[in-house]
Design a protein around this ligand. Structure first.
Ligand code: APR
Length: 230
């Protein structure tokens, strides 16, 4: 059984209408990372941060999965392949496109986290500052998002899968943020074939054995169909 690790980024959800971070007019052109995506920003102004994720949760709630999400789900369903799908995205479009399981290494908009007891539960569409945790009752609910400076989730499982991978494919990510941007190096060291599918070359493209450029809704179904035809 061929082992494939797929890493996706904001680019795979771009054609579903969700903004990316570093493209022209992207989220980091509209908001300061230090204000809305760091623990310090949250401590300084929790309302600004909660509003930012409420806005993104509302946008994600009306977005639809696209052909790229659906193609990955088709690959995951094929018994000839052992696929680990890791996403940096916090939207639920992989799940909506039929993928299961989905590893959200940067957290998820539809999850809430208690900063006091680490309890997680399904986030309401609108979260509020000082919302009580349903488990410990402390007013410590926060978005279950991994902010800059915090440790991404599921890293042990991801590193184990990269060490055993036959293929590593990065889709719609700029390769700007670690540890995700370093996954291709680990995959190369474990002898995996590495492929980048992106709208344009990412900053890490030279580390990949192969790269194809174009919209994810074209490149991902083409890659999956070719793989399933083998
Ligand atoms: N099809 C394929 N790729 C696309 C498309 C598209 N339609 N549109 C944009 N892209 C590509 C861009 O060329 C870019 O390389 O998607 C990438 C998006 O890069 P970023 O905006 O940096 O998003 P991402 O790589 O997911 O960011 C990683 O940074 O801010 C943090 O936590 C945040 O998870 C995020 C992480």
């Amino acid at each position: 059984m061929k082992k494939i690790v797929i890493l996706t980024g904001a680019g795979i959800s771009a054609e579903s209408g969700l903004g990316t971070f570093r493209d022209e007019g992207g989220l980091w052109a509209q908001h300061r990372i230090e204000d809305v995506a760091t623990p310090e920003g949250y401590a300084r102004n929790p309302q600004l941060v909660v509003d930012f994720y409420n806005m993104r949760r509302a946008e994600a709630a009306t977005a639809q999965p696209n052909a790229a999400h659906q193609a990955i789900a088709k690959l995951q369903a094929d018994p000839r392949f052992d696929v680990m799908l890791v996403t940096q995205n916090v939207d639920g479009l992989h799940e909506a496109g039929g993928s299961d399981p989905v590893i959200h290494m940067h957290g998820a908009l539809n999850s809430a986290l208690c900063a006091a007891c680490d309890h997680r539960w399904a986030a309401p569409l609108e979260m509020h500052v000082g919302q009580a945790c349903p488990s410990c009752n402390q007013p410590a609910a926060r978005p279950d998002i991994v902010w800059f400076g915090e440790m991404p989730y599921f890293m042990d499982e991801i590193y184990d899968a990269l060490a055993a991978a036959d293929h590593f494919v990065a889709i719609g990510t700029s390769g700007e943020v670690y540890p995700a941007a370093g996954f291709v190096q680990i995959a190369n060291q474990s002898g995996a074939q590495t492929l980048e599918l992106n709208l344009e070359p990412s900053s890490g493209v030279s580390a990949f054995d192969d790269a194809r450029f174009g919209p994810a809704t074209q490149e991902v179904p083409a890659w999956v169909d070719a793989l399933l035809a083998t």
